[in-house]
Design a protein around this ligand. Structure first.
Ligand code: MN
Length: 245
């Protein structure tokens, strides 16, 4: 049976057509596979497990139906939804995996990550990441009333968008040395990640072994998924057709 990989859906009330597409994807495509892996940024914003902003409730309900039907759904944190927590996991039946987890896919060891930690050239981003992922800072943030969290998130986002506009595109991409080091550390020749919104399948060598890095695309304009079954993997850019088997 197949496994499905998706990333960077950035579900938000501002793109209702993609929310609809995702709900259809869960009901039609995802019910036919044994496992679905969501590699971060499922939601464009998640301010804590009490954040019931549209479209969160419908997505939570739909994920719960999928896991209840027997499909294993695993999820990594992205940089937009890293506050997805235990209550979200309990309500949806999804398993929250640590960012950078090695899984077995039809006999191949595959490292799955969100991908932002590979963008080591972006020093300012990595500093911000360390700050917002700090446990004490997260506890402080989560203790605030929801409107205050929203205001703080808005100002962080505005500052980060302003910074991004000034950065060179290459700075915001993955660093090849960081990719190789991470793959060596985990002992894998296959990596799947998202985050950069630059879908591609990169082949390169680590030592004398061929390595593969699959970058998943975002869902800004159309659904995008990777399906991996007994015969291999392929990208499906139009997963709303009946292409998963
Ligand atoms: Mn991201």
């Amino acid at each position: 049976m197949a496994k499905l990989f998706i990333s960077d859906l950035h579900l938000s009330a501002t793109r209702p057509e993609m929310v609809k597409a995702f709900l259809a994807f869960l009901e039609q495509q995802a019910t036919r596979v044994e496992a679905l892996f969501i590699l971060g940024d499922l939601f464009d914003q998640w301010l804590g497990d009490d954040d019931e902003t549209d479209p969160h409730p419908v997505v939570v309900a739909s994920l719960a139906r999928l896991t209840a039907s027997g499909v294993a759904v695993s999820l990594l944190h992205g940089n937009h939804d890293f506050l997805l927590g235990k209550q979200f996991a309990a309500r949806t039946g999804c398993e929250l995996l640590p960012d950078a987890t090695v899984i077995e896919v039809h006999g191949t060891s595959v490292l799955i990550m969100h991908g932002d930690t590979l963008c080591t050239d972006d020093i300012a981003y990595q500093a911000l990441r360390a700050q917002v992922r700090d446990g004490a800072n997260q506890a402080r943030f989560l203790a605030l009333p929801l409107p205050m969290r929203a205001a703080e998130a808005d100002s962080l986002r505005a500052a980060s968008q302003q910074q991004s506009r000034l950065k060179k595109q290459t700075i915001m991409d993955t660093n090849p040395s960081a990719v190789e080091r991470t793959m060596r550390e985990h002992g894998v020749m296959h990596l799947i990640h998202g985050h950069t919104h630059r879908p591609a399948i990169h082949s390169f060598y680590i030592g004398d072994q061929q390595a593969t890095r699959i970058v998943l695309g975002d869902w800004y304009r159309q659904p995008h998924a990777l399906v991996w079954n007994e015969t291999g993997y392929r990208v499906i850019d139009a997963p709303l057709q009946n292409t998963v088997s």
